[in-house]
Design a protein around this ligand. Structure first.
Ligand SMILES: NC(=O)c1ccc[n+]([C@@H]2O[C@H](COP(=O)([O-])OP(=O)(O)OC[C@H]3O[C@@H](n4cnc5c(N)ncnc54)[C@H](OP(=O)(O)O)[C@@H]3O)[C@@H](O)[C@H]2O)c1
Length: 230
């Protein structure tokens, strides 16, 4: 495939590396070339099959709008824009393009979500829950999209409309650590996912781009994960 990777930062550069290893043709654009979505005109995207976005919350929505208007498929790893999900879903469906997003593209986190979903039944049996997340000091959004996704899962399972509380820590170069702690008067359950590198995110994003080939529609990475488990 011909892939355009937006963002040459910590994750985008690894996505480009993984995609090249998997024999895709890779172009990249950083903040300078893509100011005001300059790299995303229909002419510039003419030969591109899919755009992968690992940029930042300040520009991701404009990037999505430009790609969808140009009729291009997208894989979006950037977080901090999910309040606009419904509007973007509508836009993607209207333009009949393909779109996959996730707050976390690693297989390990998707297993962690499944474990959290199973454990969250505890909240129906007198347990209280808390979520902790720890990331590097440069991360722009808090709480992390992954912690918010886990919070949604716990609410769905427990039927509660509030909580569990999320506590965010920003320090050093931590790639991403998420914990869910469920506590009763009798015991405490800890579930923890600790990312050792960003490669798991990059592999998942390239897998999502490959999966999207030949498809249209609006998907979350968990839809791909479900298929992988069958
Ligand atoms: N879903 C997942 O699995 C996952 C995993 C990791 C991270 N993330 C998310 O992905 C995003 C990026 O994370 P990161 O750690 O890679 O951040 P990062 O190292 O700060 O990289 C972001 C890059 O985006 C570039 N950029 C800024 N504005 C741009 C624009 N308008 N067009 C193109 N590129 C632009 C910056 O380029 P310059 O250097 O040229 O300024 C920078 O290199 C964050 O939202 C993070 O939360 C998601």
């Amino acid at each position: 495939m011909n892939l355009l990777i937006l963002g040459r930062g910590k994750t985008g550069s690894l996505v480009a590396e993984v995609a090249a290893e998997r024999k895709h043709h890779v172009e990249t654009a950083g903040a300078k070339e893509n100011a005001a979505c300059a790299a995303l005109s229909p002419e510039k995207l003419h030969n591109i099959d899919t755009v992968i976005d690992f940029t930042g919350p300040h520009c991701v929505v404009a990037n999505i709008e430009a790609c969808v208007h140009a009729g291009k498929k997208m894989v979006v790893g950037t977080t901090g824009w999910h309040a606009e999900l419904d509007r973007i879903r509508h836009l993607v469906e209207q333009h009949k393009t393909g779109f996959v997003y996730a707050a976390n593209f690693s297989i390990g986190i998707n297993l962690f979500y499944d474990a959290g979903r199973a454990a969250a039944t505890a909240l129906r049996h007198g347990y209280s829950g808390q979520i902790f997340e720890r990331h590097h000091a440069h991360k722009k959004d808090a709480p992390s999209g992954t912690a918010l996704a886990m919070q949604r899962i716990v609410r769905e399972v427990s039927g509660q409309t509030e909580g569990p509380e999320i506590t965010s820590f920003r320090e050093g170069e931590v790639v991403g650590l998420h914990e869910i702690v469920l506590e009763s008067a009798n015991d405490r359950i800890y579930l923890c996912h600790d990312a050792k590198s960003r490669r798991g995110f990059a592999e998942g994003a390239v897998l999502a781009a490959e999966w999207l080939a030949g498809k249209t529609g609006f998907y979350e990475f968990k839809d791909i994960w479900r298929e992988l488990q069958q």
